[in-house]
Design a protein around this ligand. Structure first.
Ligand SMILES: C=C(O[C@@H]1C=C(C(=O)O)C=C[C@H]1O)C(=O)O
Length: 241
């Protein structure tokens, strides 16, 4: 059988998964690329790959998809790498710049602004704005340096009482059952030892990888995270985007 083409997120949050995959025989059955999340989504949507860990917002664009395995990039409250950063309090912002690398958090920011902060703002994809969305490693250590930082995992939990799944493993076609099992087993091995990926990572002042990987991130795709995905997709569908 041809190798299964997979696009994985290129951020630290996915390193435990990649560690599990690379230390398992499943690596011989796949063709792996790493991309930023919106590009992972595009590759799965355009059928350039068979599977990826893709932003949940992209599920709205897939007519036929299969969630693979029991893991996700998620959090139960503050995640420490998905923010709205701003020079003024969020109550005062009028414009929001989106992050080209994101899909879920771009939608989440708009959901929170509408339903949590009850604000109608203008959304920009280019140029200067009062506030901006930023995700992934580019946020590390930034929350103490920017005047206002809003962790979207925290505000989602405050609004809904639910944890959140930012990205899930998804295929755009039915994949063999034995592959799915082996892949899920590799992911399980990786997330059982997330701290194994820390040695050698770049240092960011005020950012602790151990806390991030073992406490802030929560890789288990639980029933409540699946509820959060359904609720997010319902609210996302009602945004004017
Ligand atoms: C926790 C994170 O979750 C992510 C956020 C995503 C998005 O906004 O589309 C997609 C994948 C994840 O990388 C992060 O990027 O820091």
């Amino acid at each position: 059988m041809d190798k299964i083409a997979i696009s994985a997120v290129s951020y630290t949050n996915t390193l435990p998964f990649l560690n599990g995959i690379r230390n398992s025989d499943v690596i011989n059955a796949i063709d792996l690329s790493v991309d930023y999340p919106s590009e992972c989504a595009r590759k799965v949507i355009d059928n350039e790959v068979d599977m990826g860990i893709i932003p949940i917002a992209a599920l709205a664009k897939l007519s036929n998809y299969h969630i693979i395995g029991d893991y996700c990039i998620g959090s139960d409250g503050a995640v420490d790498s998905v923010f709205i950063f701003s020079n003024k309090p969020i109550e005062e912002i009028k414009t929001l710049l989106l992050d080209k690398q994101s899909r879920t958090s771009n939608g989440l920011a708009q959901i929170l602004l509408k339903h949590y902060w009850k604000k109608d703002i203008e959304v920009l994809t280019e140029g200067e704005a009062d506030a901006y969305v930023l995700i992934g490693d580019r946020t590390f250590g930034k929350k103490n340096k920017v005047p206002f930082a809003y962790d979207m995992g925290y505000y989602w939990k405050d609004m809904t009482g639910l944890p959140f799944a930012f990205a899930v493993w998804v295929s755009n076609k039915e994949l063999p059952e034995d592959f799915q099992e082996a892949f899920n087993h590799a992911l399980a091995k990786g997330v059982a030892r997330p701290e194994d990926v820390i040695p050698g990572l770049p240092v960011y002042e005020g950012f602790d990888y151990h806390t991030y990987l073992t406490e802030s991130l929560d890789f288990h795709l639980t029933v409540d995270k699946r509820k959060a995905i359904d609720l997010y997709l319902e609210l996302y569908a009602k945004l004017k985007i």
